[in-house]
Design a protein around this ligand. Structure first.
Ligand code: GLY
Length: 369
């Protein structure tokens, strides 16, 4: 088992990474609990796969558990299921010193974390992420929240978990497409800040996809280490944390036009967005002309979407995409901030992107479909 520490003063926590952490959760939770009971928020798909293992493991440690399974999918991450979850936690008489467990992917983790942030003005919560995306990104760093009809993650709070248990065995039950979508976030870490990690992924990515447990643990650990280091320096995203959004400005616009669903998963949008960010960086003369091709070649080797041409169905024109990008949370004083790169492993934040250049790049990418 690997351990990554997030040493935020007064709110430090560990991320444990390895197989068997769902069944073994009781051992790690017991020292945190004032009384031996927890309330679990999960979704129906994850509950069918993992809830009994969690219940049995907790019972073995003398901890009782009550659980609410929400419908799976992004549509759950809104006011309706959020208020249902909060009311349920109140009915369960969850007290200030109790702990809420979030068992599932990014939707459950974000919603449960936000519920914990506002319940009784804040109770502790523990993340048990079951998807690759949640293990390497959304369960770490304390961003919690829900979507508004106007956009993703527009309602929320920073609320750090007290512990993250990333059971890499849970990745074995993921559909391959979901695994690869999460892998889009893993690649992002290499691209934004660690060229050696990206080169390692070029060599070992296919092993990860095939189920190599040691390679998976190493990839999750390195991703969490990088995220923890950035969160430590910039918890509330005043600057550097925005680097974690590499590929996301493009990705969110593409998710919006494809309906936040099966046509394009979040991690797929991020992967295509990373390729576009490198394309833009190359056009601006910031990185070498070879870098975008290298990014796309790796995504291609992994069997992932890498271009706008890989998105099924129609897409709107460049101006419509630009309009959606203007909704991005990184907009400041009406100026969109972009994550661009001077090379693989060397990303930075800038507001200096000329709209004409961006429109031209998007128009070319759309024309290549
Ligand atoms: N997922 C980006 C962040 O946590 O900052």
């Amino acid at each position: 088992m690997e351990r990554v520490q997030v040493p935020l003063a007064g709110r430090e926590y560990d991320i444990l990474i390895g197989p068997g952490l769902i069944a073994g959760a009781g051992t790690h939770l017991a020292p945190l609990l004032d009384r031996p009971r927890v309330a679990v928020l999960t979704d129906e798909t994850v509950a069918a796969r993992h809830l009994e293992a969690l219940r049995a493991g907790l019972a073995g440690a003398g901890i009782t558990m009550t659980a609410l399974a929400l419908p799976p999918g992004e549509a759950t991450k809104g006011w309706a299921q959020f208020s249902r979850a909060v009311e349920w936690l109140i009915e369960q008489k969850v007290e200030r010193r109790d702990i809420v467990l979030a068992l599932g992917g990014g939707v459950v983790g974000d919603l449960a974390g936000f519920a914990a942030a506002v319940l009784r003005r804040g109770v502790r919560f523990v993340q048990l992420p079951t998807t690759l995306l949640a293990q390497v990104d959304s369960s770490v760093g304390g961003k919690t929240g829900i979507n508004s009809p106007q956009g993703k993650n527009l309602i929320g709070a920073f609320h750090q978990p007290s512990l993250v248990l990333a059971d890499t065995g849970a990745l074995d039950t993921l559909p391959p497409r979901d695994f690869l979508a999460g892998y889009g976030e893993v690649v992002k870490y290499g691209l934004l800040g660690d060229a050696e990690f990206f080169a390692w992924l070029e060599r070992h990515g296919p092993d990860l996809a095939r189920g190599d447990a040691a390679a998976r643990i190493r990839a999750v650990r390195r991703s969490c280490e990088m995220k923890a280091a950035i969160v430590l320096r910039d918890e509330t995203e005043q600057g550097e944390r925005a680097l974690l959004n590499l590929g996301h400005t493009f990705g969110h616009a593409l998710e919006a036009v494809t309906g936040y669903g099966d046509r394009l998963l979040h991690g797929e949008g991020v992967a295509i967005g990373c390729a576009l960010a490198f394309e833009l960086s190359a056009r601006l003369g910031l990185c070498s002309q070879e870098d975008p091709g290298r990014v796309r070649a790796h995504l291609d080797a992994m069997g992932m979407k890498k271009d706008l041409a890989d998105i099924p169905g129609d897409l709107p024109d460049a101006d419509a995409l630009l309009g959606l990008m203007a909704q991005d949370k990184k907009v400041m004083d009406g100026r969109l901030r972009f994550i661009l790169a001077r090379g693989i492993g060397d990303a930075f934040v800038t507001a200096e992107v000329e709209t004409g250049m961006l429109r031209g790049m998007l128009a070319d990418a759309l024309a290549a479909r």
